[in-house]
Ligand binder design. Structure first.
Ligand SMILES: [Zn+2]
Length: 428
C-alpha cells in the first residue's frame, strides 16, 4: 500500500469494512476517511475530490483488538516457569523472579517486547496491571498504543513500593499525571481480594469515585482463591467485592472461573465486566470460566491474554479463536459463542469493559481510528464464505498487514513503524 498512509488525512478505498457497530454492518467495496485521529466518513465505492486516496486492494478493515487483561512487562518472563498450578507458579517462581529482576529498566524492556508483539497481532488497546506504571505508560505512548492502566496495588512490598500508602500515592499520582493523555487512560488497579485488605479496598473505591476512573482486578480465578477468601470473609470473592460496593464502581474482573449463578446476577446488575483469559486458565490448570452461562445472564464478556508468563503470548487472535472453540467442547453445544459473538468480545465488549465504548471498539464516524487491515490475499483467508468465520476461525495474526491507533500507523505491510524489531532479550 502507498506510503501516504502516514498523512494526516487519508481515504482508504477498495476495502471491506467489518464495522462491529450496533447493527453489525458489513460494507463491501467501501471507503473510510480518517482525519487526524478520527474516522470522519464511511461510504461505498470510490470517493471523488479526495487528494490522498489509498487503494486497500480488497483488504478487510476492522476495529483493533482490545486485550482486556494483561501484565505487559511480564513479557520478559515468557516461559520462566511452565506446567505448574497458579499458586506454586506465583509464589515459588513469579514473585521471587520479580523480587530479583523487576526494576524500571526491565519493565521498559518487557514493555517494548510486549508492545511489539501486541501490534503485530492486531491489538490496539490493552488493560494493564503491573508496577512502575509511569515507565509502562511512557513506553506505550512512545509506541503509539492505547492503554487503560495504573500502578497495581497490593498490601505487601514490591520493588516499586514498600508500603500500601506508597502504592496508593503512586496510583493517585499516576491518575493526575496521565488523565489528559489521548492514549493512556488511568484506572485504579488492585491485584485481588486475597492480596489486598478491606481497608485498602475501601480506600480504592473512594478514590475511584473521586477521580472518576475504572477499577480492574483478578477475581475467582482458582478454587484455592475462593476458599481463601471464604475462610477469611465468609463470602466468596464476588460477594465480598459486592459487599464493599466495588462491583458497581466500574469494575472489570479478570478470570471469574469459579463463579456462581448468583455472582453472574451481581455482575449483570452492577455492570461489572468480565475479562475472560482462557489460555492462562487452561495453562495454570485453574479451570474453565462459565462464559456461555454468563453471556446468558447478560454479563459483558471481554477477552484478555493475561501476562506472557502464563500464556505464553499476547496474541488476541489466538485467544479469540480459543474462546469460540473451548466452550463448544465443554458444553457439547457447537452453537455457543458463534464467530460473531467471539469477535464482539475481542472488540466492542472490550471497549465497554474499559469504559471506552464511545471512543473505540467499532468502526463508526466520530470514533478514534484504531484499525486493522487484514490481508485477504493471504493463504489462510481463502476462500471467504463468511467474514466473521474467516476472521475468527481461519485467520492467524500473520494475516494482519497494517495497524493504526488514533489514525497513526504503527505497522504497515507487517513492518513496525514506532518500535524496533526485538531479536534478543535477556533477563538480568
Ligand atoms: Zn492476570
Amino acid at each position: 500500500m502507498e506510503s501516504n498512509l502516514n498523512k494526516k488525512i487519508k481515504t482508504i478505498y477498495n476495502a471491506t469494512i467489518i464495522s462491529m457497530n450496533k447493527s453489525m454492518e458489513i460494507i463491501e467495496d467501501a471507503f473510510i476517511t480518517i482525519e487526524n485521529d478520527k474516522i470522519t466518513t464511511l461510504g461505498k465505492g470510490k470517493p471523488t475530490n479526495t487528494e490522498n486516496l489509498i487503494n486497500a486492494n480488497g483488504k478487510i478493515i476492522m476495529p483493533g483488538f482490545i486485550n482486556a487483561h494483561t501484565h505487559l512487562p511480564m513479557t520478559l518472563y515468557r516461559g520462566i516457569a511452565d506446567d505448574l498450578p497458579l499458586h506454586t507458579w506465583l509464589e515459588e517462581h513469579i514473585w521471587p523472579a520479580e523480587a530479583k529482576y523487576t526494576n524500571e529498566k526491565n519493565v521498559r524492556k518487557g514493555s517494548k517486547l510486549g508492545l511489539a508483539e501486541m501490534i503485530k497481532t492486531g491489538t490496539t488497546t490493552f488493560a494493564d496491571m503491573y508496577f512502575f506504571s509511569d515507565a509502562i505508560a511512557e513506553e506505550t505512548e512512545k509506541a503509539g498504543m492505547r492503554a487503560v492502566m495504573g500502578e497495581a496495588i497490593l498490601d505487601f512490598p514490591t520493588n516499586s513500593y514498600k508500603k500500601t500508602a506508597e502504592a496508593i500515592s503512586k496510583a493517585v499520582n499516576f491518575i493526575e499525571k496521565w488523565k489528559s493523555s489521548n492514549l493512556i487512560n488511568p484506572a485504579l488497579i488492585f491485584h485481588s481480594t486475597y492480596t489486598v485488605q478491606k481497608e485498602t479496598l475501601l480506600t480504592i473505591k473512594e478514590l475511584a469515585k473521586k477521580h472518576n476512573v475504572r477499577l480492574h482486578t483478578h477475581a475467582s480465578e482458582t478454587q484455592k482463591e475462593v476458599k481463601l477468601v471464604k475462610d477469611a470473609q465468609q463470602l466468596n470473592p464476588i460477594e465480598y467485592l459486592n459487599s464493599l460496593g466495588l462491583l458497581k464502581q466500574g469494575l472489570t474482573a479478570a478470570h471469574c472461573v469459579w463463579t456462581t449463578e448468583s455472582d453472574w446476577k451481581l455482575f449483570a446488575q452492577n455492570n461489572t465486566s468480565v475479562a475472560h483469559c482462557p489460555s492462562s486458565n487452561l495453562k495454570l490448570g485453574s479451570g474453565i470460566a462459565p462464559i456461555p452461562q454468563m453471556l446468558k445472564a447478560g454479563v459483558n464478556i471481554a477477552i484478555g491474554t493475561d501476562g506472557c508468563a502464563s500464556n505464553n503470548n499476547l496474541d488476541m487472535v489466538e485467544e479469540m479463536r480459543l474462546t469460540a472453540l473451548l466452550h463448544k467442547g465443554t458444553s457439547l453445544d457447537p452453537t455457543v459463542i458463534p464467530a460473531k459473538e467471539a469477535l464482539k468480545m475481542a472488540t466492542i465488549n472490550g471497549a465497554k469493559a474499559l469504559g471506552l465504548e464511545k471512543q473505540i471498539g467499532s468502526i463508526e464516524v466520530g470514533k478514534q481510528a484504531d484499525l486493522l487491515l487484514i490481508d485477504t490475499q493471504n493463504t489462510f483467508m481463502h476462500p471467504i464464505f463468511d467474514y466473521y468465520s474467516a476472521i475468527v476461525y481461519s485467520m492467524n495474526s500473520g494475516c494482519i498487514d497494517t495497524v493504526l491507533v488514533n489514525g497513526k500507523v504503527l505497522m504497515q505491510g507487517k513492518e513496525l513503524t514506532t518500535l524496533d524489531e526485538v531479536h534478543s532479550v535477556k533477563v538480568k
